[in-house]
Write a protein that binds this ligand. Sequence first.
Ligand SMILES: [Zn+2]
Length: 188
Amino acid sequence: MADDPNFLLERNRAFARTAARTRVPRIPFIPNEQLYVITCVDPRVDPADILGLQLGDAIVARNVGGRVTPALLQDLAWISFLHETKTPDADWFRIAVIHHTDCGSGLFADDDLRHAFAARGFDDSELSRLAVLDPARTVRTDVATLLAYPNLPPRVQVLDYAYDITMGLLTEVVPTRSRADAGTAAIG
Ligand SMILES: [Zn+2]
C-alpha cells in the first residue's frame, strides 16, 4: 500500500503530463476500439492490462463476477439508444463478456455466507445466481441473456471469454455472434 494517501493526486499529475488524454474518442459512446467490455471488479482482471486497452479504447463495465445483471443491461440499453438516436450512421460496437477462474463471486455459493449477507437486505436467490464457479459455463449463460435482450441492437457482436488467472490467458468460449445470428439459428 502506498504510504501517502494522496498518491492518486501524484499519479494523476504524472498522467496529465502525457499525451494519453488527447487520444480519446470524439464521441464518448463510440470508443476507439468500438468495444464494450463486461468483466469482474477483481483487481487481477483489469482490462487495461489483460487486454492491453489504452485510454479511450473501450467502455468498461465491471461488477462482482462480470455478470449480466439488470443494472448492466440498463446501461447497455442506454448506450445502444444513444447510438441509434445520436449517431445512426456510426459502426456498431462489440461486447466482450469475460468471466475468470478463482472468482470471489464463487463465495455466493457458500450458503452460510450468502444467507448472512442477504440478511442485510438483499435477495438470497438473486445472489446465488451470481456465483461464477465455472467461467466457461456462466459466460455462456450471460451471453444467452444478452442475445435474448430486446434492447440490444441485432447487429452488435458478442464475444465471450474465460480468463485463467494463473496463466494470464483468455480463451474464447463460443465463437462471436450477434442477435441477428442467434435469430437465424433459432429459426434454422
Ligand atoms: Zn471475479
